[in-house]
Design a binder for this molecule. Structure first.
Ligand code: HEC
Length: 142
């Protein structure tokens, strides 16, 4: 060691770095990565209402809820999964995506399907009904 002041300086830097690492470890880093894979929260009452609306609105003519193929993608396991779109984008099916898929289906068409979903649900369904449908779709996990 050339002189004690250098030694003390080095010690302060090392302790400082250690403290900084300790303080910032696991903070935003952890949150950001777990969010995408965290199980979605579902409102069970809304999901029950959504199931009834899905039956009475004709969604189930094109969408299955058990994973079976249909003219539209099955709803089983869609929520939280990545959806490849015809635009080339790949998006996570979160609440915003699911809501938009109902209100403006032509804006985000899933690869492998035609743009045949009726575009007028934004007029015929209330905001509450769309929210209930989204909760129902989110309840169909696995
Ligand atoms: C005439 C058939 C048809 C009907 C009726 C229909 N859909 Fe669809 N839906 C589709 C097709 C085809 C797609 C895939 C193409 C696209 O993304 O627009 C789709 C996509 C979706 C998606 C995105 C799914 C995914 O895999 O990313 C959601 C959510 C959805 N529909 C909800 C609904 C709801 C809710 C209703 C009833 C209110 C409904 N659909 C009625 C055909 C239909």
């Amino acid at each position: 060691m050339r002189n004690w002041a250098e030694g003390v300086f080095a010690l302060v830097v090392i302790v400082g770095l250690g403290a900084a690492l300790f303080m910032f470890s696991g903070e935003t880093l952890g949150e950001g990565t777990t969010d995408a894979t965290a199980p979605m929260t579902v409102d069970p009452d809304a999901a029950v209402r959504g199931e009834i609306i899905a039956g009475s609105t004709g969604c189930l003519a094109c969408h299955t809820t058990d994973g079976a193929p249909g003219s539209g993608p099955t709803w089983r396991g869609v929520a939280g999964s990545s959806r490849p779109l015809q635009s080339g984008e790949v998006v996570i099916a979160d609440d915003v995506y699911l809501t938009n898929s109902i209100l403006d289906p032509g804006s985000q068409v899933v690869v492998g399907f035609d743009n045949i979903m009726p575009p007028d649900f934004a007029d015929s369904l209330t905001e509450g009904e769309v929210g209930d449908l989204v909760e129902y779709i989110k309840s169909l996990t696995g």
